[in-house]
Design a protein around this ligand. Structure first.
Ligand SMILES: Nc1ncnc2c1ncn2[C@@H]1O[C@H](COP(=O)(O)OP(=O)(O)OP(=O)(O)O)[C@@H](O)[C@H]1O
Ligand SMILES: [Mg+2]
Length: 260
């Protein structure tokens, strides 16, 4: 089924502070949308709210994936519905090996009784790790524990590849990656491009978008999408920064949640 993801007027707050002030975004399978914007403008909050992070209270708007009401779903139901988030700061979980975590995550998306066989899982995991040029030892290490910044990001992409989601949100997947890792991660994403899958890619840098060509670029400020365009918008931001956008829109402080 082709993916159809629609966010309308999404508002969310944390500890009584409104951070998302009405987000509108609609995307279809096969599309890559980039979200850019200065620090502290609500990009990661949007990612967390979409995935159902319990700290963020949605106070208005709607989110649907293929017509289904996402906001009604628990986090695990969102994952089962095909949503995936690669976090800006992946958590370390001591005592759970990476491979156990990955297998549980895959099985959590399957019906009881149709779990992936161990052999098949290992074959898949090893294949994807090879594509990502990851050392096989990472399968047996505790999840993200002591992983370098770049190793964590690569591991997020490994999860994405194995879970085969229909809506992928990548929050600063490029931060901390060296040039070679950036190319490897981008290749991983490009290989996953399909009519059945949409990508929402949060990034600060055009550099990533040289490798992963976005169809649409959105700028977030003050908890809203204030400007949208094509790839040329990202190029202009890279060259000129955000001042011209702020001037054009009469925005003085682009951040959100700092007032009072
Ligand atoms: N758990 C939280 N507790 C308190 N404040 C929060 C929390 N999460 C987000 N905020 C605040 O909401 C605002 C937006 O944060 P967010 O992480 O969404 O920004 P961002 O656009 O992702 O920034 P960056 O580019 O630096 O990653 C910030 O002022 C941040 O401090
Ligand atoms: Mg962020």
């Amino acid at each position: 089924m082709a993916t159809n993801f629609v966010i309308e007027g999404l508002k969310a707050e944390i500890e009584g502070k409104e951070i998302l002030k009405g987000i509108n975004l609609s995307m279809k399978g096969g599309e890559i949308h980039a979200i850019m914007g200065p620090n502290g403008t609500g990009k990661s909050t949007l990612a967390s709210a979409l995935m159902g992070h319990p700290k963020y209270e949605v106070t208005g708007g709607s989110v649907t994936l293929n017509g289904e009401d996402v906001l009604e779903m628990e986090v695990d139901e969102r994952a089962r519905a095909g949503m995936f988030l690669a976090m800006q700061y992946p958590s370390e979980i001591a005592g759970v090996t990476n491979s156990d975590f990955l297998r549980s995550a895959i099985n959590a998306r399957r019906e009881e009784g149709s779990e992936i066989s161990l052999i098949k899982f290992i074959r898949q995991m090893e294949g994807k790790m090879k594509e990502l040029e990851m050392n096989p030892e990472f399968a047996h290490r505790y999840l993200n524990e002591g992983f370098s910044g770049g190793e964590k990001k690569r591991n997020e992409i490994l999860q994405m590849m194995l879970l085969d989601p229909s809506l992928v949100i990548l929050d600063e997947i490029d931060s901390g990656l060296d040039i070679d890792a950036l190319r490897i991660v981008a290749n991983g994403v490009n290989a996953m491009k399909s009519e059945d899958r949409g990508f929402l890619i949060i990034t600060h840098y055009q550099r990533l978008l040289n490798y992963i060509k976005p169809d649409f670029v959105h700028v977030m400020m003050q908890g809203r999408i204030v400007k949208s365009g094509g790839p040329e918008l990202a190029e202009r931001l890279e060259a000129e920064g955000y001042d011209w956008v702020k001037e054009e829109l009469g925005i003085e402080d682009e951040t959100v949640g700092q007032e009072a």
